[in-house]
Design a protein around this ligand. Sequence first.
Ligand code: NDP
Length: 436
Amino acid sequence: IRRNAGESEFHQAIHEVLESLGRVVAKHPHYLDHALIERICEPERQIIFRIPWVDDQGQVQINRGFRVQFNSALGPYKGGMRFHPSVNVGIIKFLGFEQTFKNALTGMPIGGGKGGSDFDPKGRSDAEIMRFCQSLMTELHRHLGEQTDVPAGDIGVGGREIGYMFGQYKRLNNRFEAGVFTGKALDYGGSRARTEATGYGNTYFVQAMLQTKGTDFDGKKVVVSGSGNVAIYTIEKVQSFGGKVVACSDSSGYVLDEGGIDLELLKDIKDMRHERISEYALRRGKGAHFIAADKGSIWDVDCDVAMPSATQNELSGKDAATLIKNGVMAVGEGANMPSTPEAIKAFQDGGVMFAPGKAANAGGVATSALEMQQNASRDSWTFDQTEARLATIMRGIHDTCHQTAEHYGAPGNYVLGANIAGFVRVAESMRKLGVI
Ligand code: NDP
């Protein structure tokens, strides 16, 4: 704790994994040898750097950049870049740590890493975003490579930002190295279905979880927080499975639409115009209401399935109690660590099926690995082909977590199943690679 002082999210993520490992080391005490667990908790490398850039008024702005290369026992570091004013080293470390186990769960040859900046893209012009991305990459490029470290998007980083970062990387290295970034546009080496993958993947995971209880999304009332990349494609897939999504949000508040969210309208407001979520209620008219963030929580809305898809610690113990009182039966985390430890405990004690982010939202990174495969073979797959691979991978992750939980005497505990299955894959590789 002293060594990572003040990094509360990092402590939270480590604590949750370590809590699950008691049952593994009881069965396999050799995991206690060679400080393996201590090494897994320590990033292999952390890079922190200055990002100076010039705004549209000619003023010099300074931001801080981060890349935490957490673990490369299974393959090159892999994980997104986040641009948000709340970013600090503790947040990037928690995300990199989670990413290591998530990537292991996909069964693919990718290590774990994460990066980002405290840059706030809101209200910035296109030219400012480009200059910022170019300055960031002028420093970061020397630490990346398709066999070394392969970033992607996350909060505040979508196709536009990836284009600017990849463009600067290509220029500095004088090499078209498509596999160094994922989440690229289709025109220059992106994969079909990558944009949809995290939201679709979470929906596939929750569908598999519901099926273990003989039910599915058809006719279920669903609440999805956020209205960014993950939320939008969660809503799309849930609707295609016959579920009715009645609420979504952004940091300003949430909209309640008992008639079911109009996805085309939401995409127009969020993807095309980059407006606030209150605009949805205004344009949708009768039946849709906007509730400001200081007036209520999206988790007050009664639903069968909750899919938090905005940010870490957005769903508290109190929110979980309200959801349980309202009869929620399943929770699927689209975001990384959106439920607090108190919320997770309440769901588990209350008999709610709970899918942790490191398993349920792994579809994004899994499809990034498929993008790397397409780049390596200079191929481009169809949407249906790629989505079919995603569906199979998500089913596999679900079954692995489910079976691991049973094997270790905690049936239905997907948190335990995900943590143990991810840990064992990373730990086995690390053992074989020696003390490095
Ligand atoms: P986006 O930037 O596209 O969307 C983020 C959404 O969450 C926005 O609606 C945003 O609202 C809201 N949000 C962000 N911060 C807060 C906050 N502090 N309080 C309330 N709402 C907030 O990001 P993504 O959809 O890509 O990512 C969402 C989550 O999913 C993150 O936890 C990310 O790590 C995780 N994830 C993403 C993957 C991907 O492939 N994109 C893969 C795996 C996980 P506003 O616009 O008002 O800020």
